[in-house]
Design a protein around this ligand. Sequence first.
Ligand code: SAM
Length: 275
Amino acid sequence: MEKKTLCGLEWSGDFKVLDEASFMKFANEIRKKMDFDMSGYKLARMKRRVDFLMRKYNFDDYSEYLRVLDKDPSRQKEFFDRITINVTEFFRNPGKWERFKYYISEEMKRVRRGTIWSAGCASGEEAYSIAIILEELGALSSFRVLATDLDPNILEVAKRGIYEEKALVNVNSSLIAKYFEKLDDGRYQILEKAKHRVTFKRHNLLSDPFEKEIMAILCRNVVIYFEMDAKEELYKRFSRALKPGGILFLGGTERIFNSRKIGLEPVEPFFYRKV
Ligand SMILES: C[S@@+](CC[C@H](N)C(=O)[O-])C[C@H]1O[C@@H](n2cnc3c(N)ncnc32)[C@H](O)[C@@H]1O
């Protein structure tokens, strides 16, 4: 069986290997047509995902796939779903959320109003988890939760705020009773009292401007797809966006090397404080 090396990976099997230069042209067209720039992402990972879709439809080259994407919104949706992994749940890694609650309550002794940003919020569970914590601390009306994602389809799901039971596995029954309504089909609708302070917005972390004076930023399980340079630049921008004392809360596999250099004090694994 023929094997080729591409983007540092060995490709083999019964599908056509499409070359890297053609993929770069494809990526350039996607940037123009769909306002999605793949340049900060790990190229091999992106290409693998796109090539999976190409194989699914037996397309021979990227221009054929581009033509279909151009004409068919359902294929565009599928494209976004495939390249952006939207897996999430309420209070993902519950122990870390206890720590987040602690840091926020400490910060609230100094700061009475502000914004908490869920950056890469996917279907909204993270943003609504923040809103629930704020309401539990009696402070939701003084704070705003900004929730952003690149993927416009997933933001529609987030705005609806209706979830399968499995998304609530880390939510205890008293919080479920307080913040959700069980629908006839067995799913759960987040209630307005947690929803009304959350604003969802399409935003690209690699290219769009950031708000300033943010009290806390959660960016969890997003940067795993980014190239090292893009990641480093992002952390610098997060640092500039935070108020002094503000908290940056990262995902379970993420870490900032030399964070002090960019004004972020490591507080404990996955938490940094703006100096
Ligand atoms: C795995 S989800 C993480 C959801 C949530 N933060 C969590 O930890 O449960 C990753 C999200 O990052 C989003 N994303 C990927 N690249 C992005 C970018 N450049 N700007 C904003 N969001 C991005 C994806 O659309 C996806 O919804």
